[in-house]
Design a protein around this ligand. Sequence first.
Ligand code: TXA
Ligand code: MG
Length: 310
Amino acid sequence: MKNNLSNIKKAKYYLDKNECVGIPTETVYGLAANAYSNVATTKIFRLKKRPKKNPLIVHYHSLKMLKIDCEINNFFYKLYKRFCPGPITFVLKLKKNSKISKNVTNGKKTLAVRFPKNSLTIKLLKNLKYPLAAPSANISNRISPVSKEDVKDEFGKKIKYILDGGRSKIGLESTIISLIHKPEILRLGGVEIKKIKKIINYDIKYNTKKKRIASPGREKVHYSPEIPIRLNVSEAKQDEAFILIKKRKLSCKNFYYLSKNKNLKYAAKNLYKTLRMIKKKKFKSIAVEKIPNKGFGQAINDRLLKASRF
Ligand code: TXA
Ligand code: MG
């Protein structure tokens, strides 16, 4: 490959050769490959050490291309018009003649799709003849990456190229909504439930107790820095990293603010970055102060709870 190619062309070069490439999105970085190719998508599972039964999200830039692969309905249209491109993923019915690789869906008849909001990735998608399957670019169950450096941390030289789009603006994965039967939230994320309710005028639920097949982030351990985490803590121990969301006077030195004034959107953006930093500093344990369980706080608590099951 010529060295003077633009970054988009470099990414396209490897993707066209059925290789995996790291791509920036507004939520987290993705490990992308041609969603129509069995060869390319197999590589995603191998690199991430991801169980084959866990399906992938496919990234599009146009409705025209989406319609080749999926059935769409009114709920989808309303949400698409309001939030896309943006941090929302839809689970839709796969068309019989769709070109999506069976690896992506694990042979199932539904597909998770998303329109990412990052100018480089949108430009890349416009230059490709296929959509991109892209789970978060981390080894399974570990912390999701929010920068090119984080992706490098996870895979080193095992991936050919990472498209550098700066730090992810939202810093937390997309909200997943299933539109297969009644609208149902499968994962909390970048779009708050109350905003979704307003657009579709439907009292949509997020039920954490219900068991679902292949539902996102339901594995016991997830998003984990592989260090014990204690939640709802008011005073940390001497040698613990202490995560806080509002400013306070402290006797210990090892504290990390997600926000200094309980700004939950800002705290969500800083969560993975902070967990990764604490892990690098080789702390043996993490304490987290109580985070209000509303809006983005709900998504933060969901991730922390899963991370704490290490
Ligand atoms: O923000 C995001 O959504 C990021 C960026 C890269 O787009 N992607 C992401 O992908 O978080 P991943 O694979 O880490 O999480 C997607 C989740 C998986 O846990 C999977 O179980 C679920 O989506 N999923 C995929 N296809 C599904 C389907 N057809 N039905 C239900 N859940 C599905
Ligand atoms: Mg993930």
